[in-house]
Design a protein around this ligand. Structure first.
Ligand code: C5P
Length: 211
């Protein structure tokens, strides 16, 4: 079974994907980490004239199986990821790894922005997870506060809106809900309820397939 999960930042898709992976015992790939790793490598190369080529070389040589979410988790890295994610050749360089991960025996779950549209258009189940920007900003600020960070929720909201806009304007990406994806709006759900809802959708889709 291949499960494709897409959605914007702080929609809950990461936590829900991990929960689904756990529930069905499937390997999980957070594809945002691939773009974050390239963005991280390019942080001090913003002014390089050959920015795109250096980003591509890095994407090609990246050890994609060994990415550390703790190093790559910051907002600065997320913004750098959104920048390199606009380079078509970088997307292509990261593509084979993602499709091979999806096709492994027994199936897999991948989350990102273009999984249902581009990476796994034939996934068995597709979910598009979203939530209102204000709710996403609240969640992100609580996460950062829990880690001891000094945060302003309104700054986080502006950053979330800015990244949404940057991602929407990404001509190299396919950041929209696939027609056959199931929409899950988590604005009014806590994480347990959202995960239950996601698992119900997966079970229902798989039941109709086996009829
Ligand atoms: O999901 P996450 O916040 O880690 O993604 C960081 C950035 O990487 C996104 O804002 C997006 O620009 C890019 N990305 C992408 N395609 C994916 C996953 C992430 O372009 N499949």
């Amino acid at each position: 079974m291949i499960i494709a999960i897409d959605g914007p930042a702080a929609s809950g898709k990461g936590t829900i994907s991990k929960g689904i992976a756990n529930h069905y015992n499937l390997p999980h790939l957070d594809t945002g980490l691939l773009y974050r790793a390239v963005g991280y490598a390019m942080l001090d190369k913003e002014k390089n004239e050959d920015f795109e080529q250096v980003a591509l070389d890095f994407a090609l040589s990246l050890d994609k199986s060994n990415l550390d979410p703790n190093i790559l988790g910051s907002l600065e890295v997320a913004n750098a990821a959104a920048k390199v994610a606009k380079i078509e050749k970088v997307r292509l360089a990261l593509r084979d790894y993602q499709t091979a991960f999806a096709k492994q025996q027994g199936g897999a779950i991948l989350d990102g922005r273009d999984i249902g549209t581009k990476i796994c258009p034939n996934a068995d189940v597709k979910l598009f997870i979203t939530a209102k920007p204000q709710v996403r900003a609240r969640r992100r600020s609580l996460q950062l506060l829990a880690k001891g960070g000094d945060v302003s929720e309104s700054d986080i909201l502006s950053q979330i809106i800015a990244r949404d806009e940057s991602d929407r304007a990404n001509k190299a990406g396919n950041f929209y809900k696939a027609d056959d994806a199931h929409l899950l709006d988590t604005s009014k759900l806590d994480i347990e309820a959202a995960l239950r809802e996601a698992i119900t959708i997966v079970d229902e889709v798989m039941a109709t397939k086996s009829e």
